[in-house]
Structure formats: C-alpha cells, structure tokens
Ligand binder design. Structure first.
Ligand code: PGA
Ligand code: ZN
Length: 443
C-alpha cells in the first residue's frame, strides 16, 4: 500500500517546468513524469502553472507540486496501488472541479501514472500487461508508429500552417522494421531538404521533425513523397497530416481559417483566408494527390459542423481523428460518436488527467468501431509510459514525433524492447501477439 506520494519540479524537452511524481510503497518507489502540450485544446483538463512571473516567466509548477505533497499524498496514504479506479476517483473527488483546475491535471495525472507503474511492478508483470488487464483487452499488439518528420504550426518557426506531417509505415512486417523504415526516410528527407533549401533548413522543431522554411502544405507533402520513393518505400509508407486547425481558426467567425497565420510581417492576403468549404476542398484535393492515412484536427476545436462534413465525404476512406475537438474527454467523444463528427480518437492521458478516464475514452472509441491513436505531447520527458499504454490497449497506432531526439525515441525504443519480449514469450509458450500493420485502420 501507499506510504506517501512526492512530487518535484523538473524541466521538459522544451526547457519548461513540469512534474515528476514518486509513489512510495512498502515494496519500493515508482515514478512518472508529466508531458505538456503547446497547441493545447481549450477543452483539456487544466494544467496548473504558478503564474509567478519572477520564476520561469510564470510557468513554474510549484503549486501543483505542493498539491501532490500536501493534499493528494495524505488522502492516498494506506490505499492499495492495484485499485487504480479507486485512487483516480479519490483524486477527482478531492479536486471537485469539472476540469481538475483545483489540484491541476498535471499533478493528478503524474500520480495516476506512477500508481499504475507501482501496481504492475508489485504484481510482477510488465506495465503493458497490467494496462491490458485494466482495460479488459486481450488483443495485445504492437502499434504502427506515426513519425512527425516535418514540423509546422505552433511547433516550428516557419510559415507552414499545418502542424505535423507524418510518415506511417503501415506495410512494415513488425515494429522494429517500421522504425527502421521511418529512420531511413527521415535521413533521406534531410538530404533532400539540404539540396533544395540549404543546410540551415535542416534544423529541427519541437518534435524532432525538420522545420524548413516552407509555406504551403503541398511543398511539405511533395518532400515526403520524394523521400519515401527515394528510400524505396512506395506503397509501404503512407502520409498523415495533423493540421491542429484550432491554431488558425477564428471561433468568432467559425467559417474563417487563416492559413497564413504565422506571417506577422505583412497584412494577411485574402488568399490565406479560407472558409470551411474551401478548406474541405483542400483536404479532398490532398487526399486525391497523396497517399494519405489520416487527417487529424482538420477543423477548429468547436467546429463540429465542418468535421461532420469531412467525415461524411472522405471518412469511409481514411481516419478523421479528433484531438483538440475531443480532448480525450468521454463526454465529447460520446457526442462525436452520436453525431458521426469524426471516426477516430487521439488519446492523450494528460488531456483528461487520469489513467482510468483515458482507458474509458479508448473503450468508447473501440466500441464505436473508431481508430484510436495514442499520442505524446510536444513537450515531453524521457518517460515512456505511452509505449506500454498503446500495447496494453491494443489500439494499433502511436505518434511520438520524429525518430530523432531522445524524448521521442524513449517511446519507440521501449516499443522495440516490448516487441522483443513478446517474441521471446511467443517462442517459449506460443503466446500470440501481432504488429497492427495494415489493420491499424478499419476501413
Ligand atoms: P501538443 O501537440 O502536444 O502541442 O498539443 C500535439 C498534437 O496536436 O497532436
Ligand atoms: Zn493534434
């Protein structure tokens, strides 16, 4: 049972403060580190920051640290770590707000993750197996990784409006090979960018992808196709786009999308402004021209109408994934299922704040026949919790940035280790497991 819970302030991959939590039990100490987004959805659970401008420009997390040490620790003392739901419920009750703004979702989620790690270890099973038990999932499988190799939007200092351009090696035979394919294309892409845009275009953005000075999605997509073909992976690797469209959507005029939103030097041209219909045609054009696996957040976080339109028009062919639209929030997911707003869920633990609610969200998606993409945040740590999460839930797809930068690779490397472990168990006792491959999307 839990003796105490302790937190401390550490720094994430962007150099901003975040939280590390330690759960102390009779059997030892188990820890977790909390990620943090940049293009966060307004419907996400609340990330508590100090606002004290004299420290870290107000981004400190000492209040959240205090909440773990002084408020959460005493109420969890004596509880069994293998009762995840009771522990998560207790923190939700103590918080008492709808968006976890009293204790901070960053405080709560760190405890929730560390508790799961403690329970798995005390039971003597790997974390992914424990999560599969919590979720009641018997289909343990390795995911298709989605590598974000060109960064735009809020994650990069270029004019590219869409935030992420990903490689999806769905045709690889296993995870290890999928990682190799991704890495090889990543390096070919670097050479191509260097040739066409010069050496200073090969610097990387927040998620390890290149951030060349492109301004149109077509330029980025062409680069990816060329790099895939150059590496000999035509037909094996698809492309995915996370527009993170809330960043260039004007909620006051819900039909207005400004594709030149990062251009501060001139007045925005009429060409850069799109209504929902024009943006939808742009996506349909892209789908016709390029081998697309999915679009994520193609429209703004409360633009239910245009999401429904794109899903009706092309959702039978590809995944339309809701990130800021859904915020891993079971209530919003239920609405989107009922209204056929999208056909897939982006799953981020810190968007909702507890492991129990994250599992509930994933189950809703599964029961609706949706895809479910497990995701890191743009601000990350060396914690690889989500690698075990995606295997345990068996959703078949994960995005953790480029195959570059250690906070991204921590997850991919952990997945290689899990695959090796499962292969060994398969050889020893015939336990079957699979690589999601082409099955990762259900259309
Ligand atoms: P974020 O971006 O972590 O900055 O929110 C990731 C995403 O939009 O998927
Ligand atoms: Zn997103």
């Amino acid at each position: 049972s839990i003796q105490s819970v302790k937190a401390r302030e550490i720094l994430d991959s962007r150099g901003n403060p975040t939280i590390e939590v330690e759960v102390w039990t009779n059997e030892g100490m188990f820890s977790a580190k909390v990620p943090s987004g940049a293009s966060t959805g307004i419907h996400e659970a609340y990330e508590l920051r100090d606002g004290d401008k004299s420290r870290y420009f107000g981004f400190g997390v000492l209040k959240a640290v205090c909440n773990v040490n002084n408020l959460i620790s005493p109420i969890l003392k004596g509880m069994r770590v293998d009762n995840q739901k009771a522990i998560d419920d207790k923190m939700i009750e103590l918080d008492g707000t709808k968006n976890k703004s009293k204790l901070g979702a960053n405080a709560i989620v760190g405890v929730s993750m560390a508790v799961a790690r403690a329970a798995a270890s005390i039971k003597g099973i790997p974390l992914y197996r424990y999560i599969s038990e919590l979720a009641g999932n018997s289909n343990i499988r390795l995911p298709v990784p989605c590598f974000n190799v060109i960064n735009g939007g809020k994650h990069a200092g270029n004019r590219l409006p869409f935030q992420e351009f990903m490689l999806v090696p769905h045709g690889a035979p296993n995870f290890k090979e999928a990682l190799r394919y991704g890495s090889e294309v990543y390096h070919s892409l670097k050479e191509i960018i260097k040739e066409r845009y010069g050496i200073d275009a090969t610097n990387v953005g927040d998620e390890g992808g290149f951030a060349p000075s492109l301004s149109s999605p077509d330029e980025a997509l062409t680069l990816l196709v060329d790099a895939i073909n150059h590496s000999g992976y035509e037909g094996v690797i698809k492309i995915a786009v996370d527009s993170a469209a809330s960043e260039f959507w004007n909620p006051k005029d819900s039909q207005s999308y400004d594709l030149d939103f990062k251009n501060t030097s001139s007045s925005h041209s009429i060409n850069s402004l799109n209504n929902g219909e024009q943006l939808l045609s742009k996506y349909v054009e892209i789908l016709k021209k390029y081998p697309i696996a999915f679009f994520e957040d193609p429209f703004g976080e409360d633009d239910w109408e245009n999401h429904s339109k794109i899903t009706a028009e092309i959702g039978m062919k590809i995944q339309i994934i809701g990130d800021d639209l859904l915020c891993t929030n079971p209530e919003r997911i239920k609405k989107a299922i009922a209204e056929k707003t999208v056909n897939s869920l982006l799953l981020k633990i810190n968007q909702i704040g507890t492991l129990t609610e994250t599992i509930e969200a994933a189950k809703l998606a599964k029961d609706a026949g949706w895809g479910c993409l497990v995701s890191h945040r743009s601000g990350e740590t060396d914690d690889h919790f989500i690698a075990d999460l995606v295997v345990g839930l068996g959703t078949g797809e994960i995005k953790s940035g480029a195959p570059c930068r250690f906070e991204r690779l921590a997850k991919y490397n952990r997945l290689m280790k899990i695959e090796e472990e499962l292969e060994k168990a398969h050889r020893a006792n015939g336990n079957l497991f699979e690589f999601a491959g082409d099955d990762f999307y259900h259309f």
